[in-house]
Design a protein around this ligand. Structure first.
Ligand SMILES: Nc1ncnc2c1ncn2[C@@H]1O[C@H](COP(=O)(O)OP(=O)(O)OP(=O)(O)O)[C@@H](O)[C@H]1O
Length: 309
């Protein structure tokens, strides 16, 4: 096993066009390594290709070209081993309505060839907080409980890599906390976690490393800290005492007037000091009523990388 849980080389997927529509190139040659033991975020705007990539990892979508290794097993050479190394919690609540949670886990374990002696259905149900519902029919479970069951199903074969596709979209706070507690616990036990999320704040908090894809191509791949540091822009918001006639001008500072009359002064903290920004304001004869600063967050990094494309 290398230090990477997943190694992806030149991964391509072109969907055939349906009913006269043109073919769709959803992945355009993606190279990506996901370190073992990390919590890895896969981000991108709608239609970027995240689900396609995850579904290829899960063995649900057949790639057009490229190489995918999961836990050291090439998907094409060792399909069974590579599939056994990964568990996927899908976005859709696709559950058989006639199975109870315990039955659903047993069936899933059977599909993955987990011997009866190694099955831990009750333990996994307890982990996701469904022990009381072990004998309830899936159709009687709430949306939140179904999600818990999907997570449980993804864990039955003890995968080394767990993929969570938009796990917290539209879920309540309690379930969100349960999910993140479990992610932290499983990761602490050594499981590699890959997640997609639309909540960038969540990615910022949870992920050690992040890849951003857009239009089927990788546009960034770095530690969360480095990605955030990449944008060292700050914006100082100056509320003037009286309306500003001539905005300040200084090298390295971009000034825009906000509708409420405030001046947004954007600068690179590495090159321009806050003092220089304030001096430019005073030099323009502007009296300052209030000052605050805005820092870049993952949302800014994300927009910066995906907007221009
Ligand atoms: N089965 C399919 N047939 C044809 N085109 C598809 C198919 N599945 C996805 N696509 C197209 O491929 C592109 C990538 O889709 P994908 O679902 O992977 O994006 P995504 O990043 O997961 O988006 P979202 O966050 O909205 O789920 C999109 O343009 C989508 O319309």
């Amino acid at each position: 096993m290398s230090a990477n849980a997943i190694e992806i080389r030149n991964l391509r997927k072109t969907y055939r066009g349906r009913r006269g529509e043109p073919a769709k190139e959803a992945l355009k040659g993606v190279d990506l390594n996901i370190p073992a033991g990390s919590v890895f975020g896969l981000l991108g705007p709608n239609g970027a290709g995240k689900s396609t990539l995850i579904n290829i990892l899960a063995g649900l979508v057949i790639k057009t070209a490229g190489k995918v290794d999961i836990w050291g097993f090439d998907q094409d050479v060792n399909p069974r081993q590579s599939r056994a190394a990964i568990g996927v919690m899908p976005q859709e609540l696709n559950l058989d309505p006639f199975f109870t949670p315990r039955e659903a886990l047993e069936v899933q374990a059977g599909l993955y060839g987990v011997p009866k002696s190694q099955r831990r259905s009750d333990e996994i149900l307890a982990l996701v907080g469904l022990e009381d519902k072990a004998e309830a029919y899936a159709r009687t479970l709430s949306g939140g409980m179904r999600r818990r069951l999907l997570l449980a199903k993804a864990l039955v074969h003890h995968p080394q890599v767990l993929v969570l596709d938009e796990p917290t979209a539209g879920v309540d706070i309690e379930l969100r906390q349960m999910l993140w507690e479990n992610v932290r616990r499983l990761n602490a036990e050594g499981m590699t976690i890959i997640l997609t999320t639309h909540y960038l704040e969540e990615a910022e908090q949870m992920c050690d490393e992040i890849a951003i894809i857009d239009h089927g191509a990788l546009v960034a791949r770095d530690s969360t800290a480095n990605l955030l540091a990449r944008l060292d822009t700050r914006t100082m918001i100056i509320s003037p005492e009286e309306p500003v006639a001539a905005p300040p001008a200084a090298e390295g500072i971009e000034v825009t007037a906000r509708p409420d009359g405030a001046l947004a002064m954007t600068y690179h903290a590495g090159r321009t000091s806050a003092e220089a920004v304030l001096a430019a304001v005073r030099d323009a004869g502007i009296r300052i009523r209030d000052v605050r600063t805005e820092q870049a967050d993952l949302q800014d990094v994300f927009l910066d990388l995906t907007r221009s494309r």
